[in-house]
Design a protein around this ligand. Structure first.
Ligand code: SF4
Length: 83
């Protein structure tokens, strides 16, 4: 699902929200979750169609992002990044 530059996908218990405008193509998320994230032609992170990963690993990816471009929610509570 794409909404105003945000890509949203449910991965197990987590809702993953990618804020593409914050992505600087550091690719640390891709190193951790190569089956879920990739860079598109514009060097912005996107979710691979049909891709997935273990929820805990997705959290690690989010925590590795230097710009907070990957947000993690559980039951609409924001877990990452911290406010
Ligand atoms: S780690 Fe963050 S900045 Fe780097 S590619 Fe992933 S989303 Fe973009």
């Amino acid at each position: 699902m794409v909404l105003e530059g945000k890509i949203i996908k449910q991965i197990g218990k987590y809702k993953v929200v990618l804020i593409q405008s914050k992505c600087i193509a550091a690719a640390s998320c891709i190193a951790i979750s190569p089956d879920l994230f990739r860079l598109n032609e514009e060097n912005l992170v996107e979710i691979i169609e049909g891709g997935t990963d273990e929820p805990d690993n997705v959290m690690l990816s989010a925590q590795s992002c230097p710009t907070g471009a990957i947000e993690i929610y559980e039951n609409d509570k924001k877990l990452w990044p911290p406010e």
